[in-house]
Design a protein around this ligand. Structure first.
Ligand code: HEC
Length: 105
């Protein structure tokens, strides 16, 4: 009985991201354009602020592959810390994953 409840909890947790907050890369791009693009290049080319890595490089970085959305929540040096909701962070991450698959240089 106990194991069955445990199993159900796992299934419930695994299905949450797909149903409750399906990450939306289009929303993520919109958010990135609105909030991040003053400093970062969010598609192609150089960042407006030289110190800010272009999103295309962040998308392909080991740090993002391993850290995922946690990168957005950690303290930065120059970059202001944003109060993201989990949903917004997932959306931006979804957009970065789209970028990583795109052939941008
Ligand atoms: C005011 C300029 C500015 C804005 C706005 C900004 N950033 Fe940054 N960001 C930076 C700079 C500069 C760095 C590199 C140095 C640092 O970490 O502060 C950086 C680094 C990062 C990194 C790399 C962190 C790492 O440790 O590898 C990520 C991820 C990131 N930004 C995401 C975002 C996202 C998502 C947004 C929009 C919500 C955003 N940034 C908005 C300036 C900015």
């Amino acid at each position: 009985m106990k194991t069955r409840i445990g199993f159900c909890l796992i299934v419930l947790t695994l299905s949450l991201p797909a149903t409750a907050w399906a990450a939306d890369s289009v929303e993520g791009e919109r958010l990135a354009r609105r909030v991040c693009s003053t400093c970062h290049s969010i598609a192609t080319g150089q960042s407006p602020m030289a110190a800010a890595p272009p999103f295309a490089s962040i998308a392909r970085s080991r740090a993002f592959r391993i850290g995922g959305t946690s990168l957005f929540f950690k303290s930065h040096v120059i970059m202001p810390n944003f109060a993201f909701t989990n949903e917004q962070a997932e959306d931006v991450a979804a957009y970065l994953k789209v970028l990583a698959r795109r052939r941008v240089r």
